[in-house]
Design a protein around this ligand. Structure first.
Ligand SMILES: [Zn+2]
Ligand SMILES: [Zn+2]
Length: 726
């Protein structure tokens, strides 16, 4: 195939790079991007259907939707009548508003007459000029022609320049406007006025009209137009559409690169604009903000990079705090947690070592499973080496925070996490590919990371001691054997969040502790879908885990669970489980389990999850308000457990440091006496038994809707969408 005449204005190696770099082009899943009723971008790829057309100025494409692959082929054919969906409506609005759309081609586009130099190339801005109904040959096996929608788009080209993708050394033979203007006529039946689209003759393209898609036969009778030999009328195809002041319609294909000036503050680079992609000024490739340090062009040989200033950290006083009614003091900070469900047993809060500690017991059988929220105060945060210092250090040090690929490296179309992260300590297979090693605690550049591990070890041993009612010194001795040997550090910029997930990977210890630094995080807990509904996605009864209070049909399931499991046959188990689920009427897998607990994690707060089964029964998500939040999560990885990928394991580094949070001065009452409550947890007295979840009341729903709005885009939402291109 010949080379194109020129280089594309912007190109990318994968969708993610493209979608984060070209404005209004979030084609993460589908073939079209619409927002607020407007269509903004289309991906033009893969299979072509009959009468698809492309040259240097004009593109005729079918609307997305209703397509299926032909048996044994990748060729897509229309399987159902299309209907006017949001994409077509969006394009109509765009067309009426005289706003251009961006067209992108994938390098498997069969209509391109020049070889595409990259996986994804931006063709340019286009004017949508016509949308009309057409009869299509249906997919093999179906006889009736199907209704489909067609788009005609004309390249926005006010200076009449050659398209970059025109084959090298060639000219466009008939530029727009070369022929006579198209023939326009009105339909006798519906009075609609249309241009003649096909050489076969003028037809009505109003799908609801009696005369739709029909030509008068010599007898005078209306006959359906034969779809096998349609040819576009060149007067229609190559007409020139002029929009008012086209020279004014200049839209950059890239976000304006962030400039670093004397006024630049580090926190600017945590804003939404701070993690848009950039177009490389040297090679025109898309560059994602992959690293905490900035942008690095990944094109081999191109070393273009943009660095963010690491010497201008956001100060702890600039943190966006959701609790302005409770400014931090040296007293015990009030809680803002919300318990939505009666199934969560709340313990009496303990105030000690400057932390207000709230304990939430989850209704899981067996050893206690609970979440403790340790609410920090000003004394803790401002102490030397405390959360304020840690927050600063994490912003000013290169500790290797990066976005990384999700899933297998062999996957053709890579996906990336939104947040940045790095693993420190015991070498667990933290990246699916296992190609990256975690950083030993001894080598991580920020002291804060080592400090966090020691602090969280102290916190967790303390909590276990309190739970057992044993002296701390005694518990610390044996806790040492399961102390945290790994730390996962995550950073979330503005609008980045993590969707519902659990932290229970194989080979992890039962306790997981997190410290939150920076803007306030909102941590939500809900039952896992299978535990809540009692069935897997495939409809298999959840036989491994007994039902717990708060799940769907709790009483019925509880009454029958043991019998169902005991009577399971040795053969045809799947059928048996499915039948059991059906009999119980467990049909809510696709219903979202209710949120049972909300924890407001302010700067310096810790959340400790205790009990192995907690991760089997509950998921959690975290979003945040403001610009930047770090979460440092410590876990114990059992060195005797084999790695999932079979690779050699690392050497655990014991925590040789000491931390004692009880050394800080305690809050005092007005007479100067230190304030602290008792050592052991006590159950809150008013507990009226486990209630069946009866749905939220209006106030709760409203509150949760507000929380959702803050949540932004989450990782879990990225997987949806078929790869349907038009
Ligand atoms: Zn008509
Ligand atoms: Zn470059």
């Amino acid at each position: 195939m010949p080379d194109p005449s020129d280089e594309p204005p912007v190109w990318a190696t994968d969708r993610f790079h493209l979608c984060e770099t070209v404005p209004n082009c979030k084609l993460f899943g589908g073939g079209a991007y619409t927002k607020n009723g407007f269509a903004y971008a289309f991906l033009y790829a893969a299979s072509a259907s009959p009468r698809d057309y492309l040259d240097g100025s004009v593109i005729i494409a079918r609307a997305p939707g209703g397509m299926k692959p032909e048996a044994g082929s990748t060729e897509m054919s229309i399987a159902e009548d299309q209907s006017e969906n949001f994409v077509t409506r969006g394009l109509r609005h765009t067309m009426k508003a005289r706003t251009p759309v961006v067209l992108i081609t994938k390098n498997n586009n069969k209509l391109m007459t020049a070889g595409m130099p990259h996986e994804y190339c931006v063709l340019g801005h286009y004017k949508p000029t016509h949308i009309w109904w057409e009869k299509h040959k249906p997919i093999s096996g179906k006889s009736d022609p199907k209704d489909g929608l067609r788009y005609r788009l004309e390249r926005l080209n006010p200076y009449e320049e050659k398209a970059w993708f025109q084959p090298k050394g060639t000219e466009e033979i008939f530029p727009p406007g070369w022929f006579d203007p198209p023939i326009v006529a009105s339909c006798c039946s519906c009075r609609g006025t249309f241009q003649q689209k096909y050489l076969q003759g003028w037809i009505c393209v109003n799908k609801d009209c009696r005369a739709y898609w029909k030509l008068p036969a010599p007898s005078g009778q209306l006959q359906p137009l034969d779809i096998t030999s349609l040819i576009y009328d060149p007067r229609f195809l190559k007409q020139k559409t002029t929009w008012p002041e086209e020279r004014s319609l200049f839209f950059p294909l890239e976000y304006r690169p962030m400039e670093v000036t004397e006024d630049t503050r580090g926190e600017d680079f945590y804003s939404r604009a701070g993690w848009n992609g950039l177009v490389c000024p040297n090679c025109r490739g898309c560059i994602m903000r992959m690293s905490f340090l900035g942008w690095d062009c990944e094109t081999p040989g191109c070393n273009y990079q943009v660095r963010v200033p690491l010497d201008k950290p956001m100060s702890a006083s600039a943190i966006t705090d959701s609790g302005p009614a409770f400014p931090l003091t040296d007293g015990y900070t009030p809680s803002q947690d919300v318990v939505y469900s009666d199934t969560i047993r709340v313990c009496k809060q303990i105030c000690d070592d400057n932390f207000r500690m709230a304990r939430y017991n989850l209704p899981i059988p067996g050893p206690d499973c609970y979440v403790v929220h340790k609410i920090s105060n000003a004394t803790i945060n401002k102490a030397p080496g405390g959360p304020n210092d840690m927050f600063k250090q994490l912003q000013c040090t290169d500790i290797g925070l990066r976005r990384r690929r999700i899933g297998s490296e062999k996957r053709k179309e890579p996906k990336y996490t939104r947040h940045l992260f790095v693993n420190v300590g015991y070498d667990y297979n933290f990246v699916a590919s296992g190609s990256e090693k975690s950083v030993p605690f001894a080598k991580v550049k920020a002291e804060a990371v080592r400090d966090v591990r020691t602090r969280l070890n102290w916190s967790t041993a303390q909590l276990i001691a309190r739970a057992l009612g044993r002296p701390f010194e005694e518990v610390r001795e044996w806790y040492k054997r399961q102390e945290f040997n790994e730390c996962l550090i995550l950073s979330y910029f503005q609008d980045q969040a993590i969707g519902f997930h659990d932290d229970g990977e194989p080979g992890l210890g039962p306790n997981i502790a997190t410290i939150s630094l920076g803007d306030t995080g909102i941590m939500l807990f809900r039952m896992k879908k299978t535990r809540y509904s009692g069935v897997s996605k495939a409809g298999i009864y959840d036989w491994e885990y007994p039902p717990i209070p708060g799940c769907f049909k709790y009483k019925e399931r509880l009454a029958q669970h043991d019998t169902i499991v005991r009577n399971a046959p040795t053969k045809n188990k799947q059928e048996y489980w499915k039948e059991a689920a059906k009999k119980l009427g467990l049909n809510k897998y696709f219903e979202t389990p209710p949120v049972v607990l909300k924890i407001m994690l302010r700067h310096g707060d810790e959340a400790v999850m205790l009990g192995a089964l907690l991760q089997k029964y509950y998921d959690h998500s975290v979003s945040h308000v403001g610009r930047i939040r770090f979460a440092l999560t410590c876990r114990y990885i059992d060195p005797t457990q084999p790695r999932e990928d079979g690779k050699p394991k690392g050497i655990p580094e014991p925590d040789m440091r000491l931390y004692d949070g009880s050394q800080l001065p305690l809050p005092r009452d007005r007479f100067g006496n230190p304030i602290r409550s008792g050592w052991e947890w006590e159950a809150d007295e008013d507990f009226n038994g486990y209630q069946e979840f009866e749905g939220y009341n209006e106030e709760e729903l409203r509150q949760m809707a507000e929380d959702d709005e803050d949540e932004g885009e989450d990782d879990a939402g990225l997987d949806g969408g078929d790869d349907e291109d038009f």
